[in-house]
Design a protein around this ligand. Sequence first.
Ligand code: PRP
Length: 511
Amino acid sequence: MPSKLYPVLYEVAKAVNSTLVLDDVLRTIVETTGRAVGVKGCSLLLLSPDRSELWHAASWGLSPDYIGKGPIRVTDHFTSLLHGQPQFVRDITHPKAAAQYPEAARQEGIASVYSVPLMLRGDAVGILRLYSATPRRCTPHERQFLDGVADLAAVAIENARNYEALRKDYEEARHTLLEWYASRSAERQRGARPVAFAHPSEEEFARMLDFYRVRWQYEPRSFPLQWDGERIVEMFTPDFYLPDHDLYIELTTMRQRLVTQKNRKLRRLRELYPDITIRLLYRKDYHRLLAKYGYRPLGEDERAADVGRVLFSPLELAERIKEVGQQISEDYAGRSPVLVGVLKGVIVFMADLMRHISVPLEVDFMAISSLGPDAQGAVRIVKDVTRTIRGRDVLVVEDIVDTGMTLNYLLHHLQSFRPASIEVCTLLDKRARRLVPIPIKYVAFEVPDEFVVGYGLDYQEQYRHLPFIGVLRGEEAGGDVAGAGAPQPAQQGAGEPDARSALAGALPQGA
Ligand code: PRP
């Protein structure tokens, strides 16, 4: 390489190293390179994200008209160039050159064009172009020099893109943190003036919402229900309002007689304020929530917990999971999703489901800290994904979606990695208990509002190994909220097979 080109290469390398502002780096590259080789102009074009066009990123020595002539379509003429072979066109205006803007080139006074691809790990990201006014071939030394410049330009582009991605990640992380601090300070303010809960169950419920970082307000609004002339004679004040979900929640841990009265009020509220969304959590819902989070045994009177009824047999599970797997394979044809399972309940379902998916896939797992009497602070991720999911198709796999609070938290987290798509697949959907809406694409089974165990799902870490899904004895639908005003699932139990025989029939030999 002639000695006059070495300082230029050094200058380009220094520019690549000195700043992370891509425009500045590229401008330095085209200017120093064009001057060093002694051509009319030099430009750097980058491939569009869909690789169908080349866009001017920087240029030197070219008129604004020529630069603004339009994007260059990536036609067959670019095949070898974008596979790493430099290209020389002696007369760009000749019809055989198949130039896309021959007239613009003529007006610009361009005769020949030499193009070098910008390669990053075997993939072209753009091209470096030199334009000369008279037909001119590059010398071997110049070609070697231009290869070096193109390599450095490719590194500069990668550095800048990584930097830009990091900056965005940082901004997002910072934003999440700021939101988190804002909600913590709101909590602290609440702490300064403690909320006077009317009932300990409300305080426990608030603690659960805090754990899942779901913002809440306690009794923020009263709704007039009846008037005597101008005078309001009856009001209703729901216990909680969740502003992010525009949802009111009323807890009812009272005896049946009072529940009936409350139901009447709720019906009236819905008639008068049809735009209001309100959920009534019954005494039983509430006990199940507490049981789920390990606060206390199921049911008030601590009935012996055992499987009272088989909901889905091993055969039913196998058949349905096969169907879901086939559906996922069809929907993801030509793609390679990353399945992200939420530990621990999902393990059995995940193992079976993935064996029915025929597209190539990767598997990862997440785990979050759990709520319970010993829970510290708010929910946090105790095991994050280890695969890179940026730009990937992510399918979150769950054993059950219940209140939706786990997925509400996890989906926000996963979105921050900017995957190409994110969908949810769950074995069981307990829709009746949803507090936070969750978009679920694949549901194997909908389940009634009963405490289900088996096939990965536990009650206080027991029953995960059962090969079927069952309902705990004493927890079958209609157990203790009958007549509460909400539609009740059909009473179960009387005509059902005995729990022990159901268990014996469904368990494998020797279990
Ligand atoms: C279950 C399940 C979901 C979550 C759903 O996990 O696996 O992750 O509950 O409930 P939600 O919709 O009310 O948030 P659990 O906390 O029981 O842990 P496990 O998977 O380890 O059993």
